[in-house]
Design a binder for this molecule. Structure first.
Ligand code: UN1
Length: 507
């Protein structure tokens, strides 16, 4: 396989050179970066000071003031060029995602594809930032709404989708006339540097782009805090834990800034008596074990009807026992590493607690790959007597809690009885069950699927969830509206001045 003769550090260097990332940004800095594939250090990232952060935001604000005057379809042209640059560098960037986030090749490339898709979507959108025309009660008047650019958009992203989530936000923010300042995860800085370099190529091709339209800041949480607290940042789109959201949300609300929060998920599936079990098996396997259980959309809880439990669960266990775990770089494994030791420890803690609550654990042990600092695990399937203890919380690791149900209403109630509300699935060929799941008293999540797993959403739909997931929506549908401000305009083209609601005020 490509690059197998090089060390990871050498391959990183070669990829970053191809991607035209300035060497000074990743050598000799003070923030180390590691690959979860082997646990080795792959870079020393140069970080930004709080003074740099303030200057970056000021620069972004100045860029916004110019960019908002560029016609939206022209702004779309920049995003179109960015999409072209991404297409040309898909294999390099996808490989870097595999090295830095530990994703298997098709998922590393898939993430870059998600970036390309959102660019295409945003280009089309740049000619469709529609407002409504609204009937007015006054003669000789016209009422309409206009969508205007908002300001500087701060993006705080997580390690597990190190490039796609930034691009969802950035592609929309740019066509909407905003500037972007990005604080990537400290666990995945190299892919961020690569994205910035690819974006800068699009800027160079476009020509007349105000300096600082999209910038990246490297460092710890103090940078995120600066974005959250800076009066010139109009919107912060933050992806991460619910704990992080509980800090970020109120701080933004305090200064009446906007937020898009995409926080934890504790996603569940229901397998009904009529389900196509072959299909369900595949969907569950990908949803629960894919990306080593490190998607916000990962399937974490499964309710299986008692009539199919003894058919499905043994088959699932077999899949768990046979799935290949190993390096995403030089094996064909389907499950790569956990991001770090903390993730491994959290997984073991949850498995221990699950056993204490009566769970029967299959899998979960560490897999030795000869690298002391790399954390590979067998995905774990835990049969639980009921939904309790760690099942109620998100553990960012491949643990699937399986529970038996007999009553459909109770299964829906249990499905909804957790804090998070991101994604959900039902497997059934029964129309009543499927529609009930999608109805007002069905799944309470932002994403509800039928005969599809919980993860792997397309960019065309709005992405996000309810309750402790934070309520934000990114990506497709009308998520763009969060990146603009709406003005309601009423125009009087008559020569009288009728007041609304029949009020008279004759002076
Ligand atoms: C995330 O895990 O933060 O739906 C995003 C999915 C991907 C995005 C996940 N398209 O699984």
């Amino acid at each position: 396989m490509k690059g197998s003769k090089m060390t990871i550090a050498q391959e990183v260097k070669s990829l970053l050179t191809k991607l035209e990332v300035n060497e000074a940004a990743y050598t000799g800095g003070t923030m180390p970066s590691f690959s979860p594939v082997t646990g080795e250090k792959i870079a020393d990232i140069a970080t930004h000071s709080s003074d740099d952060t303030a200057k970056t935001i000021e620069k972004a604000d100045a860029a916004f003031r110019q960019w908002r005057l560029v016609p939206a379809p022209k702004r779309g042209e920049l995003v179109r060029l960015f999409g072209e640059e991404l297409r040309a560098r898909k294999s390099e960037l996808g490989r870097l995602v595999s090295i830095e986030a530990g994703k298997i090749p098709s998922e590393g490339l898939g993430e870059v594809q998600e970036m390309i898709d959102i660019c295409d979507f945003a280009v089309g959108l740049s000619r469709q930032l529609y407002g409504l025309t609204i009937a007015t009660e006054r003669p000789g008047h016209r009422m309409m709404e206009t969508w205007h650019p908002l300001g500087v958009v701060g993006v705080i992203s997580a390690f597990n989708f190190p490039v796609a989530v930034w691009s969802w936000n950035t592609a929309l923010a740019l066509v909407c006339g905003n500037a972007v300042v990005w604080k990537p995860s400290e666990k995945t800085p190299l892919t961020a540097l690569a994205c910035q370099a690819i974006f800068d190529r699009a800027v160079a091709r476009f020509g007349d782009v105000p300096a600082g339209l999209a910038q990246t800041l490297m460092g710890d949480r103090t940078i995120g805090e600066a974005l959250v607290d800076h009066p010139k940042v109009a919107l912060v789109s933050a992806t991460g834990s619910t704990r992080m959201g509980r800090e970020v949300g109120p701080r933004l609300a305090k200064r009446f800034a906007r937020s898009i929060l995409e926080l934890g998920g504790n996603n569940a599936g229901i397998v009904c008596p009529s389900a196509d079990l072959d299909m369900a098996l595949r969907a569950i396997a990908f949803g629960a074990m894919g990306t080593a259980g490190q998607r916000c959309t990962t399937l974490r809880r499964l309710f299986v009807h008692e009539s199919v439990y003894d058919t499905l669960v043994p088959r699932l266990k077999k899949a768990y026992e046979s799935v290949t775990v190993g390096s995403p770089l030089d094996t064909a494994a389907l499950v790569g590493p956990l991001i770090d030791k903390v993730a491994f420890d959290n997984m073991q803690k949850s498995l221990h607690e699950a056993a204490e609550h009566g769970g029967k654990v299959t899998g979960g042990a560490r897999v030795d790959t000869g690298h002391a600092e790399a954390y590979y695990v067998r995905p774990a399937l835990v049969e639980m007597p009921k939904q309790d203890g760690p099942v109620l919380e998100e553990t960012f690791a491949p643990i699937l809690y399986v529970m038996k149900y007999s009553d459909f209403d109770q299964a829906i109630a249990d499905h909804n009885a957790v804090g998070a509300g991101l994604s959900s699935s039902i497997f059934t060929l029964n129309l009543q069950e499927a529609e009930r799941f999608l109805s007002p008293d069905g799944s309470d999540c932002g994403i509800a699927n039928v005969n599809i797993g919980t993860s792997g959403a397309e960019i065309g739909g709005a992405f996000g969830g309810e309750k402790e997931t934070g309520g934000g929506r990114e990506s497709g549908s009308d998520a763009w509206k969060a990146y603009m401000r709406r003005a309601t305009n009423t125009v009087n083209y008559s020569s009288a001045l009728p007041l609304a609601q029949g009020v008279s005020f004759d002076i």
